[in-house]
Design a protein around this ligand. Structure first.
Ligand SMILES: Cc1cc2nc3c(=O)[nH]c(=O)nc-3n(C[C@H](O)[C@H](O)[C@H](O)COP(=O)(O)O)c2cc1C
Length: 145
């Protein structure tokens, strides 16, 4: 088995509907192809970790790299693994609008993601780096408010 993690920049004005479409495609494909992991959308960035059979993950990643809904796709870690760190596939995102930054719900969303990171028990370098990167992004001040 194999795992990789990458970061990318969402295209500007990506709508909540487009995000829901990604979620729908991924949920169907991943569950049918033994792919698990997690996708986080936060402040116009995606971070994703994928786990599964090596060929399947690599072919999917080739597809994801070409997707026009994001750009600057940069893989920052990959590993051969013997056990999964994610039992299923899921996505966390906060539907953003002009005044969501700083709202009580948005702050709660960030705290929930940090809690998730603290509860995770990563057993390979790639998932350690995925959570580290996620915590870093959540803790950085927003680039634009
Ligand atoms: C940030 C991001 C993450 C994605 N993650 C997945 C995923 O985990 N699984 C999946 O099947 N498609 C995912 N997609 C969608 C793929 O890029 C692509 O649309 C999908 O593989 C269908 O490709 P096709 O239209 O060539 O059949 C993601 C897209 C983006 C922008």
């Amino acid at each position: 088995m194999y795992t990789l993690t990458y970061e990318s920049k969402a295209k500007s004005n990506l709508s909540n509907e487009e995000i829901e479409n990604i979620l729908e495609t991924a949920r169907n494909f991943n569950s049918q192809n033994g792919i698990t992991g997690c996708l986080i959308f936060y402040m116009d960035k995606f971070i994703q970790i994928l786990e599964g059979p090596k060929n399947t993950v690599q072919e999917l990643f080739d597809n994801i790299k070409k997707d026009s809904r994001h750009s600057k796709v940069k893989m920052f870690s990959e590993d051969e693994i013997t056990e999964r760190n994610f039992p299923d596939w899921g996505m966390a995102y906060y539907p953003m609008n002009e005044d969501s930054t700083g709202s009580a719900e948005f702050e709660q969303f960030k705290r929930n993601l940090l809690l998730l990171a603290d509860l995770s028990k990563p057993t390979n370098v790639t998932s350690i780096l995925f959570w580290k990167r996620m915590k870093f992004l959540i803790s950085s001040p927003p680039e634009k408010v």
